[in-house]
Design a protein around this ligand. Structure first.
Ligand code: GDP
Ligand code: IMO
Ligand code: MG
Length: 453
């Protein structure tokens, strides 16, 4: 690590880290329990020094994971959030869709800030997001926005994620990171893909894929990435067999999961702990500790149902205090009260063994805090089950319980016992509702503003 790389995480300053870090041959995971931006990047950074490798297994540059150390903010999109720790291997697994141009830019960006990236490796089986995927993403969103007189767009990050995963499933039009090894084979691959892609891009009125021009644009990027290509499945199994420990970094979040989220307003990958195996080659039984991260309230970016969304001064207050603007797109996030029905569902689907409750500090100053504990259906009955289907979820009304708020500033609090009584009551309520231990509480964006134990 270079001299100005920040140090001093909660994990290295003596506080017990969440999860079961460092156990020889073990793996742990951090996954989002809501609609993203729960503070996964910060938690990964806090935990990373207890592990030998941090591994991304899903998503792509749609993720924006922030790490703040001593006032310096890093926004990571494709690079695992453990990169700021010397000696920790950073692995981009096979389940990630990688925009090679964006990855090289990200590497250059953080290297310019003094971070050593020599420990970053990339699966040769990761699929590539290429410029035409981004054009396709944009055009599909535009078409949906105008469809049938009603805006049906998903509100994607326009990072080409859906089209790249679609090509992975189609096979005939896919390009993988390993294809960057041989320039002749790459141009041949792009030539084979061009007819199908260009029929589609042409129908959208978008510029075509030109194989030779794209191959030429990719060559300098390929040259940079070639030395980082690995069979990451064998690499990770080798680490585990050698008694090393691995931390999986979920991107996006449970309610955006392509199978278990609010379909069709979701992303295109397996975003839960269930996605770890397919996205990394490491079987689920190796992952002993699964930390689900949730905000003390709810946010969402993009379209789709969000039962507890607030369109009033309380929502604005959360947005301002929480600085709720997207890390990747800068879009204002939709804000609302904590949806415990959704959170308990997410804990169940992930098999979360513990929860990190983040951004608690944002709630200070509210006289009362509301939490959603059930949904009222259109027929007047109530349910405590989440409805992972956009149309069903759109038609419910949240049922709230009201808890007393806390006025004190908690950003300097370092122990759970040191929190105001009503803040502790809020945490206890959440803990008993979701049914697993809250092992970590976030009281500010900085690495040091983390209460553990
Ligand atoms: P991720 O996508 O899950 O990694 O989360 P993001 O980084 O996109 O968004 C979380 C935002 O909240 C970032 O700006 C973090 O710096 C910030 N953050 C994380 N934890 C806390 C916390 O406990 N309190 C406050 N105030 N901010 C936090
Ligand atoms: P992190 O890892 C918040 C949302 C988009 C959109 C939907 C589909 O930072 O928590 P996509 O570009 O993936 O096709 O968009 O998913 N989305 C996220 N929202 N945080 C993320 O990642 C997200 N990744 C995707 O806003 O609604
Ligand atoms: Mg984010």
């Amino acid at each position: 690590m270079t001299s100005d790389t920040p140090t001093g995480s909660a994990a290295t300053t003596g506080a017990p880290a969440p999860g079961a870090p460092g156990a020889p041959g073990s793996a742990a995971a951090v996954v989002g329990l809501q609609w993203g931006d729960e503070g996964k990047g910060k938690l990964i950074d806090v935990m990373a020094s207890g592990f030998d490798a941090v591994v991304r297994f899903n998503g792509g540059a749609n993720a924006g994971h922030s790490v703040v150390i001593g006032g310096r903010r890093f926004a990571l999109h494709l690079i695992p959030s453990g990169i700021l720790h010397e000696g920790v291997l950073s692995v981009i697994g096979n389940g990630v869709v990688v925009d090679p141009i964006a990855l090289v830019e990200e590497i250059d960006g953080i290297e310019q800030r003094g971070v050593d990236t020599s420990n970053l490796v990339l699966s040769e089986r990761a699929h590539l997001v290429l410029p035409y995927h981004i054009r396709e993403d944009e055009q599909r969103e535009r078409a949906l926005a105008g469809a049938g007189g009603r805006d049906r767009s998903i509100g994607t990050t326009k990072r080409g994620i859906g089209p790249a995963y679609a090509d992975k499933a189609l096979r005939s039009t896919a390009v993988r990171a390993g294809d960057l090894r041989d320039p002749d084979a790459l141009v041949a691959r792009l030539r084979a893909i061009a007819p199908a892609k260009n029929a589609l891009l042409g129908a959208f009125g978008a510029p075509p894929l030109e194989p030779e021009a794209l191959a030429a644009e990719l060559e300098p990027v390929a040259e940079r990435l070639r030395p980082r290509l690995r069979d990451t499945t064998y690499l990770l199994h080798g680490l585990l067999a050698g008694g090393r420990s691995i931390l999986f970094e979920g991107a996006n979040a449970t309610l955006l999961d392509v199978d278990h989220g609010t379909y069709p307003f979701v992303t295109s990958s397996g975003t839960t702990a269930l996605g770890i195996s397919s996205g990394s080659g490491v079987p689920a039984q190796r992952v002993g500790s699964i930390v689900g991260v949730m905000k003390a309230y709810t946010t969402r970016v993009g379209a789709g149902p969000m039962p507890t969304e607030l369109h009033d001064a309380d929502g604005d207050r959360i947005r301002e205090r929480g600085n709720e603007f997207g890390t990747t797109t800068g879009r204002p996030r939709r804000c609302g009260w904590l949806d415990l029905v959704a959170a308990r569902y997410a804990v169940m689907v992930n098999g979360a063994t513990e929860v990190a409750l983040t951004l608690l500090d944002v709630l200070s100053g509210f006289e009362e805090l509301r939490v959603c504990t059930a949904y009222r259906l259109a027929d007047g009955t109530t349910t405590d089950r989440f409805l992972p289907d956009a149309r069903s979820l759109e038609s419910i009304e949240p049922v709230y319980e009201t808890l007393p708020g806390f006025a004190e500033d908690v950003t300097g609090v370092t122990t759970r016992a040191g929190l105001p009584d009503n803040a502790r009551r809020y945490i206890d309520f959440v803990e008993s509702f979701v049914g697993v231990r809250i092992s970590t509480v976030g009281v500010g964006p900085d690495r040091a503003q983390t209460i553990t134990g």
